[in-house]
Write a protein of this length. Structure first.
Length: 752
């Protein structure tokens, strides 16, 4: 068996030793020009003349031969370079090309742009009042929520905000474009979506996709930030190569990367609910407003996932949830691990606390009273079933692992004797839907070759950003052929080998590409079985592949040969040992007119408990312990999955507690580097960190080897930290991120 085994990441040693080559590590081709961007110093204004220093090449919107549009949707409104106006601080206005990177950066800094400033729209409340929308509001509803709230014995309401988040991948955005023969431009890009790089570059240059092969061997992190944003970086490099006939590299410095690329969407929440004395929520009306920035980008998908996850794993009989996408003069916000789900699940956490306050019950009791999956409440408001038994199972097992009752009493005793340091305990449960919200993206392709020595070459449409996708897909192929994993060679993602791919996002990488690779391998294995069956005069169905051998599956029949021997024999028999595989996710559908359907292939479930200590004098806090239970189905690789769970939790913890984006009154982003933007460090990781994969977890038979996705769901388990901070401080609510100064301000306002 190769799947289900905790195999290390295929490039673990290379990453740790520095041997792994990323885009910026590749040898520079002869004649390379370096590029640097000229970014807008203001948030909104009318663009006038652009004056550049002599001796360098400056490209602007006028130099675009195709369409000056980099929108992921293709609906326009997002230029590569600003034309008549600038819409956000850090918007690209021009690109400078020079012989060295230092010269390009100096020249870009010397470019002067005449901009007549205009008022900038920055506040979400103001955007709502002005009806400044990127798209029409979406509504998911069931029953008469207003009536249910009005007739409920008890009522509560709330308003809160959640900030955005910078991706802060270790490798910043980078692309290299190299001109070739017959107008071809080969692009190396640090991207989660090579096909979109191809499409955007083709649109900007006005040339066929076939002339723009795109390659990505690995990324130094992505987290959604290299899904759409990497495409325009590559398109700009390709434009430079097209205009000059020379190779061009564009690598953004950290400050430029943070200014010019999108973030996780900030959200504003408003809600009112009706409930009874037992804590059962009877009706809920809520508004989720997402700050999309100045253009659409991937905001429709983020808003869709937020609204479909607003109830999380809970059931409300009568509900009306409205989701808005606001247009402001900030950078266009984009995909980020969880893709709107993390923001969506925050809603019910605030509702649960409001109900707990109104009834005098513990939040955990309110949770249990409202879990979905009872006799009459198995469907979400949009019509898809949740598995109530599995929700309750991860919840119960996590509480048991965390020793909830004992520690609850222990924390109460600690707080009674410590006036300034307070501990708190928080919990969380999750149901996260797996699939792209856009139906056509739920597809993948793969290409598999078996060579006559029995070695196997694997190429698929997914991209490796450190998450371990390649080793998982390689395990699937090795398992399909019954050979050791080291016989499978993983190769760089390339649009020239597997075309028309979906992005590696939405936690679908293993599901989609694993199935595609499995189908390619199965096709070849079937051909090989026919050859072996003819040799041994048995039906092909009786030929088995295992442990690097091929044999007859009959008691007492000892005929067998090595896998490599059969591969060579197939070649002698002129049998193809190459195949493509294609997979599309079945059984998903969505009606945007009625906002109903089954948009997710399945749900991934999880639960968490976190303990924190908060200094009431400073607002500083520390996560002392975290207990997580995550449903991964039958994990393809428990070691990789465990790493994903740990990393996702810490990244979620950063979003909720310390990563704060700040724009000043003029709309200039002031958090443009590690000196002003704090991501979690090694000392922020809980010293007691218990992570467990749900054992004997049920899963659909039609997931790849009955596994489940793990990339995004665990990030939301960090929500338990928010709840623990509120438990420790006794605050009713606090906007996110719950930074020390924000906690201290809230405590001071309360008079603590």
């Amino acid at each position: 068996m190769t799947t289900g085994v905790p195999v290390p990441h295929d490039n673990a040693l290379a990453h740790c030793t520095g041997a792994a080559r990323f885009a910026d590590d590749l040898p520079e081709p002869p004649g390379l020009l370096h590029a640097a961007l000229v970014l807008s110093p203001v948030a909104h204004g009318v663009l006038g003349a652009i004056d550049a220093p002599p001796g360098v090449i400056v490209l602007t919107a006028r130099d675009v031969p195709g369409t000056n549009d980099i929108s992921a949707s293709g609906k326009g409104g997002e230029p590569l370079f600003a034309e008549a106006s600038v819409q956000h601080h850090g918007q690209p206005i021009a690109m400078v090309l020079a012989e060295t990177r230092d010269a390009a950066l100096r020249a870009a800094a010397a470019v002067r742009c005449a901009i007549s400033p205009l008022p900038a729209l920055l506040d979400m409340e103001e955007a709502i009042a002005r009806e400044s929308f990127l798209m029409p509001p979406q509504v998911v509803a069931r029953g008469d929520a207003a009536s249910a709230i009005g007739t409920a014995p008890l009522r509560a309401e709330g308003t809160f905000r959640a900030g955005g988040q910078e991706h802060f991948y270790l490798e910043s955005q980078v692309a290299i474009a190299v001109p070739g023969e017959d107008g071809e431009i080969a692009i190396t890009s640090s991207t989660q979506h090579p096909t979109e790089v191809q499409h955007i570059a083709g649109r900007v240059l006005g040339i066929d996709y076939t002339r723009l092969p795109v390659t990505c061997r690995r990324m130094g992190g992505g987290f959604g930030g290299k899904e759409s944003n990497a495409s325009w970086i590559a398109a700009a490099a390709a434009l430079g190569a097209w205009r000059t006939g020379r190779p061009v590299k564009l690598r953004l410095a950290r400050k430029a990367d943070m200014a010019a690329t999108g973030k996780r969407h900030p959200f504003l929440f408003r809600w009112r609910a009706g409930f009874d004395a037992s804590g059962r929520v009877l009706g809920l009306e809520a508004t989720l407003a997402a700050d999309g920035g100045h253009s659409l980008d991937l905001t429709p998908g983020v808003v869709f996932r937020a609204i479909t996850h607003a109830l999380n794993c809970y059931d409300v009989p009568a509900v009306r949830i409205t989701a808005m996408a606001l247009r402001t003069n900030t950078v266009s916000h984009t995909a980020f691990r969880g893709f709107g789900g993390p923001q969506g699940v925050l809603l019910m956490e605030d509702v649960i606390r409001g109900v707990a306050r109104g009834t005098g019950l513990a939040p955990e009791t309110v949770r249990e009273r409202n879990f979905a999956g009872g006799p009459n409440d198995t469907l979400t408001p949009y019509g898809q079933a949740l598995e109530g038994d599995l929700i309750r199972r991860v919840w119960a097992e996590c509480r048991q692992d965390a020793e909830w009752d004992r520690r609850r009493a222990e924390i109460a005793a600690f707080n009674a004797t410590h006036p300034f340091i307070r501990r708190g305990l928080g919990s969380f449960a999750l149901a996260f839907g797996i699939s792209f919200g856009v139906r056509h993206l739920n597809q993948a392709g793969a290409l598999v070759h078996v060579y006559t020595d029995g070695s196997i070459r694997l190429n698929h449409g997914g991209t490796e950003m450190g998450q371990g996708l390649n080793v998982k897909v390689a395990q699937v192929v090795a398992e399909s052929f019954g050979v050791p994993l080291d016989r499978v060679r993983i190769t760089a993602t390339s649009t020239a080998e597997v075309p028309n791919t979906a992005p590696t996002a939405a936690s679908t990488g293993s599901d989609l590409n694993g199935w595609a690779a499995h189908r390619a391998a199965t096709t070849i294995r079937g051909r090989m079985a026919e050859v072996a069956g003819a040799l041994w005069e048995v039906p092909a169905e009786e030929v088995r592949f295992a442990e690097g051998r091929v044999f007859v599956a009959r008691p007492g029949d000892n005929r067998a040969m090595g896998f490599a021997d059969l591969a060579h024999r197939c070649w002698m028999e002129r049998v193809s040992l190459s195949a493509t595989g294609f997979y599309r996710t079945p059984d998903i559908h969505w009606d945007p007119a009625t906002m109903t359907g089954e948009p997710f292939f399945y749900f991934s479930y999880g639960a968490s408990v976190a303990e924190v200590a908060v200094d009431l004098l400073t607002g500083e806090h520390r996560v002392l312990r975290a207990d997580l239970v995550q449903d991964c189905g039958r994990s393809l690789n428990p070691a990789i999955d465990r790493g994903q769970i740990e990393g996702a939790f810490v990244q979620g913890m950063g979003w909720l507690t310390c990563e704060e984006l700040y724009w000043d009154a003029e709309g200039r982003q002031r958090t443009l580097g590690p000196s002003t933007y704090k991501i979690p460090g090694s000392r922020d990781v809980p010293p007691v960190f218990n992570v467990r994969l749900l054992q004997d977890a049920p899963a659909r038979q039609d997931t790849i080897f009955r596994s489940k996705a793990v990339g995004e769901p665990p990030l939301m388990l960090a929500t338990a930290v928010w709840n623990a901070i509120l438990d420790a401080t006794g605050l009713d609510r606090i906007d996110l991120p719950a930074t020390p100064d924000r906690i201290l301000t809230a405590l001071s306002a309360r008079g603590s």
